[in-house]
Ligand binder design. Structure first.
Ligand code: WTA
Length: 650
């Protein structure tokens, strides 16, 4: 009881926590050096970013650091480089050659370690496999794989050749995969027979088969044997990874590419029914992920760094694969679920491998909290020295639990705000340099000119909520929406004149200028740290023959952050029941993936609309949350529908 009272009082007093002294004494960055570098990054971006970029290898030096023709940026023009060369080859000779690059543990408990030299060899060999199947610079490759070292090898091999990867999270359905393959026009798909998830097999190849049947652009599918389940192999199209590797050479030089050569496409949800292909290019993304990984995680050669994300999300791209490897850091990768075979799997691995940096999501922290302190208490977590959080706002209660129970009050926490679009961390504290304020991400990273503004673009006073914007270009920013420059302009650069609009609301603290990110203010949900568009789920629902109309909103959820609630009108005045609700949930899982399944479906005869016909989402959100104060409903066309909407769903 005292414990929770204590937390309550801490939470209400809006505390700050100084960095632990032992960490501060050895930290990379001090408060003064942050201030000095941050100022330089704004006053002299060319000098600042040019110096950082020159720490990496360029086949041809760049001539200009940044060229800004709003809203299109070019970074490091005139230079040629290769991110795979920088992330792998640079470390494969010399002192790091026999150091581990990747330490991996599969869900069943099998393990694998790849030294830098081995990683170098594997990446080259697989790049030769890609070449053998006709992959050339600029070709798009879809990657739909489990969390195994080959997923990282595949991404790096694409980059080595200048091919553009599009990684699709293994939890997306065959239909979602098909849409992404088609949008990118992918020529080759890389997959596995299956992935391990809580002791059973997720049949990835089966989903690829269903997707590819409708994708004429796909010429080959390369299949890694992972789970050993039976799969169909289509003659002439499908090849086994291990067999293809037997037929190629072991060396493959990295292709020099222009700094602005596309590196990858990553689809993310927005406010329309169709996910956007966020496009990142080589040079700027490389420099941004390199610097943020080093500074935010205080990376050292003897660290064992673990980011628990999946490579299917941007966090996996920037902070499992590219950023840490660019720094020569040893990464830990885990294939499976956090609660398999028991809910202490993470703590068990941290103890066994002596992991020193843990970067995870608030939704995971809240689940661990619920499972109980006794699970981490069974393990020695003293190898940890730094903790990170990403993906959604972390509530101060979860923050404090993470700090005390996992970090033993010894490890600073970096709460990092960024997005698929930003490519790299934008708001954070630097460990050791800055105090922490639970619930607040912190300050802008180098080169980031962040502000909180009103709808007209005027900065709002500190302590007042507003829209989070970035006022100048940064190296790792998205370059466009793949194949749709107009959508890029409209979505990100049109709401607030001259600014990148992130889609999040934020408040700046008057005392220290720290940013608190409040969450999305557009129709994007954040469910367990995963971005889902309400429109995307609505269009999945209306694609079911029984559904006439649907409106989807988020309901606050203690564990997931938000849960999906769908209000559904059926065709022909049909009435819904539990069976149909289950069928509709399965339909959404089939259209998008299990992550998008509504938690609750409420059947209704009508949706609350204004007299001009707009769905009143504000009202639906209140109804879904069980809030009885509906505010002003006088604009409602038919006030009698409230009773239907508040009835319990399925
Ligand atoms: C949210 C994930 C608060 C935010 C890297 C953003 C956060 C969206 C934080 C991007 C944080 C991410 N505090 N909110 N530290 N980090 N978000 O593209 O709403 O999957 O717009 O990128 O996650 O999600 P995405």
């Amino acid at each position: 009881m005292t414990e929770s009272n204590n937390i309550e009082s801490i939470l209400s007093s809006d505390v700050t926590i100084e960095p632990p002294e032992a960490f501060r004494a050895k930290a990379r960055t001090s408060l003064e050096s942050y201030q000095e570098k941050y100022q330089r990054s704004l006053d002299d971006p060319q000098g600042f970013w040019g110096d950082i970029a020159r720490e990496l290898h360029w086949f041809t030096p760049f001539e200009q650091v940044v060229q800004w023709d709003p809203p299109f940026a070019r970074w490091f023009d005139g230079g040629t480089t290769n991110i795979c060369y920088n992330a792998v080859d640079r470390h494969a000779e010399g002192a790091r050659a026999n150091k581990a690059a990747i330490i991996w543990e599969g869900e069943p408990g099998d393990t694998r370690t790849l030294t830098w030299r081995e990683l170098h060899r594997e990446v080259q060999r697989f790049a030769n496999v890609l070449r053998r199947y006709g992959v050339e610079k600029g070709d798009r490759i879809a990657i739909y794989m489990p969390m195994v070292p080959e997923a990282a090898i595949a991404m790096l091999a694409c980059a080595r050749l200048g091919a553009i990867h599009s990684v699709v999270f293994g939890g997306f359905s065959a239909n979602a995969l098909r849409d992404r393959i088609l949008d990118a026009g992918a020529k080759v798909v890389l997959t596995a027979d299956g992935a391990w998830r809580r002791g059973s097999v997720l049949p990835l190849k089966e989903a690829v088969d269903a997707a590819v049947t409708e994708c004429p652009c796909v010429e080959h599918v390369v299949v890694l044997r992972r789970t050993g389940n039976d799969v169909n192999m289509t003659e002439g199209r499908d090849v086994w990874w291990h067999e293809a590797e037997q037929q190629v050479e072991l060396t493959c030089p990295a292709e020099p590419v222009e700094a602005e050569h596309p590196l990858f496409i990553l689809y993310t949800s927005g406010t329309t029914g169709k996910p956007k292909g966020v496009l990142h290019t080589t040079g700027g993304y490389m420099v941004g992920t390199y610097l943020t990984s080093r500074e935010v995680f205080d990376l050292r050669d003897d660290d064992l760094y673990w980011c628990t994300a999946d490579v299917g999300w941007v966090t996996g791209h920037s902070y499992i694969v590219y950023g840490p490897l660019l720094n020569g850091a040893t990464i830990f990768m885990y294939e499976g679920a956090p609660n398999w075979p028991e809910v202490d799997r993470f703590w068990d691995m941290i103890e066994r491998w002596k992991i020193s940096i843990l970067y995870t999501a608030p939704t995971a922290v809240r689940a661990f909290m619920k499972w109980g302190d006794q699970w981490p208490a069974k393990h020695d977590l003293s190898s940890l020295r730094l903790l990170g959080s990403v993906g959604e706002p972390i509530n101060p209660e979860a923050w404090l639990w993470y700090y005390r129970v996992i970090g033993g009050e010894r490890c600073p926490i970096v709460d990092t705000w960024w997005q698929t679009e930003t490519g790299a961390i934008m708001l954070t504290t630097l460990p050791g340099a800055h105090h922490m304020r639970p619930g607040y991400a912190g300050l802008p990273f180098y080169g980031v000119d962040a502000a909180v503004v009103d709808e007209q673009g005027n900065p709002v006073p500190d302590g007042t909520g507003g829209l989070l914007v970035i006022r100048r270009p940064w190296p790792s920013m998205l370059r466009t929406v793949y194949g749709d420059d107009q959508r890029y302009k409209d979505t990100y650069w049109s709401k607030i004149e001259g600014c990148y609009f992130a889609g999040d609301g934020a408040v700046r603290n008057a005392a220290d200028g720290y940013f608190e990110v409040l969450g999305r203010i557009d129709d994007v949900l954040n469910v367990s740290g995963h971005r889902l568009g309400t429109m995307e789920i609505e269009s999945a629902l209306v694609s079911h023959p029984a559904v006439a109309e649907a409106a989807v909103v988020g309901r606050p959820d203690d564990l997931k952050g938000e849960a999906v609630v769908a209000f559904v009108i059926l065709e022909g005045g049909r009435t819904g029941d539990a069976d149909l609700a289950a069928e509709l949930k399965a339909h959404v899982a089939n259209e998008i993936g299990a992550i998008a399944k509504p938690e609750e479906i409420r059947f209704t005869g009508a949706l609350p609309k204004t007299r001009s016909g707009k769905i009143m989402r504000r009202l639906l959100r209140k109804i879904a949350a069980g809030d009885e104060d509906f505010g002003d409903t006088t604009t409602l066309e038919d006030p009698s529908i409230i009773a239907q909407l508040t009835a319990k769903g399925f």
